[in-house]
Design a protein around this ligand. Structure first.
Ligand code: PLP
Length: 369
């Protein structure tokens, strides 16, 4: 079976330094907010070009803490996409604010900025774009809108670590960038982890306080915070992986190029659009096909793993039933979730496996249609 993702190959390539670093942490005995978290925050801040980078417990907490730091809460609205993982809107709901959904651009699956403009109300406090599958949303249009309406922009970069927009790293264009180190991400830990990046020193200080029980001085607490720190062991692992991230993302783009070339004459496979304003990092390579579930079953039988991100859009999820949405509210999203299919994508995917995927998909779409 060709897996959609194989983390073992990456681990084997870095096994010795990772195991040595973990041993060092245990011998050191400094497990929470120790030297590795401090060093990693500096190193990833340099990588991102962000003056402040704060390690937290997960990507979900990164979003939650960003909203808290911006004082977004009950009565406030945050505009976002229904085509994302639930963590995006979970964070909005947990602080007591309301997610306001708008539809996507069908070819990139990212927020449609004209739709965002129409959704702004006096209660809107922020826009939360999700750089889905590793491609940055149209941040020029989005930032112009946010500036005109005095709105914060929280970038959900869980899937876009290393992607750029006009040469700038995703997550450093808006007010706050939120990243995930979930193991399957482009820069993945061996457990949960996340990061908040911002250029604003006050927001950074507030997030540092909020991640450690709402206090800047130990045992002195100014407000209700969280226990949400990046773990020292995960930071040690991430420090070893970070220098490889650019090459891994380049390898993902090479896989994407081979897929594009391979499907160039297969009209049954609709390729994801690439915008010339940025460089994507292909967290996923997601195509559209007709009769998706049959194609998926045929690929499974042919030994090719695939995934559907995401089968149910967030406006149709029970958790958001209180928003009163119904089928048909976001037609581009609803159409996309029936057709999207993510193919095997990871830096170590061999050329022969890439060719097997291309041949199997080509056969499957021709049989299924
Ligand atoms: C778009 C998006 N946002 C947020 C998250 C949450 O990140 P985490 O799992 O680290 O909490 C994820 C992934 O898991 C995601 O894909």
């Amino acid at each position: 079976m060709i897996p959609i993702l194989d983390l073992k190959q990456q681990y084997l390539s870095l096994q010795a330094p990772i195991e040595a670093a973990l041993r060092d942490v245990m011998l050191n005995g400094h497990f929470i907010l120790g030297p590795n978290v401090k060093a990693f925050e500096a190193e990833i801040g340099t990588f991102l070009g962000s003056p402040h980078a704060i390690g937290v417990a997960s990507g979900t907490d990164a979003l939650h803490l960003a909203l808290r730091a911006l004082d977004i809460g009950p009565g406030d609205e945050v505009i976002t996409t229904p085509m994302t993982f639930v963590a995006t809107t979970e964070a909005i709901g947990i602080v007591g604010a309301s997610p306001v959904f708008v539809d996507i651009e069908p070819d990139t699956f990212n927020l449609n900025i004209e739709a965002v403009a129409k959704a702004i109300t006096p209660r809107t406090k922020a826009i939360m774009p999700v750089h889905l599958y590793g491609q940055v949303a149209d941040m020029d249009a989005l930032m112009a809108l946010a500036t005109a309406h005095n709105l914060a922009v929280i970038e959900d970069c869980a899937q876009s670590m290393g992607a750029t927009f006009r040469g700038r790293q995703s997550g450093t264009i808006g007010t706050i960038g939120c990243y995930s180190f979930f193991p399957s991400k482009n820069l993945g830990a061996y457990g949960d982890g996340g990061l908040v990046a911002t250029a604003d020193p006050e927001l950074a200080a507030r997030i540092r306080s909020l991640r450690a029980h709402g206090g800047r001085v130990k045992y002195h607490h100014e407000e209700l915070g969280l226990n949400s720190r990046l773990d020292e062991m995960q930071a040690a692992i991430l420090r070893i992986k970070l220098p490889h991230l650019a090459a891994w993302n380049e390898a993902r783009r090479a896989v994407a190029k081979r897929y594009r070339d391979g499907f160039a004459h297969v009209p049954e496979v609709t390729l994801p659009a690439e915008r010339d304003y940025g460089v994507p990092v292909y967290h996923q390579f997601t195509v559209r096909v007709a009769d998706r579930d049959a194609v998926r079953a045929a690929l499974d039988a042919a030994g090719v793993s695939t995934m559907v991100y995401y089968p149910v859009p967030l406006h149709m999820q029970k958790v958001h039933a209180n928003l009163g949405h119904k089928a048909g509210d976001f037609p581009h999203t609803e159409k996309a979730v029936l057709a999207v299919l993510s193919l095997p994508m990871f830096p170590e995917l061999s050329l022969s496996d890439q060719d097997t995927v291309i041949a199997a998909v080509t056969r499957a779409v021709r049989v299924a249609v």
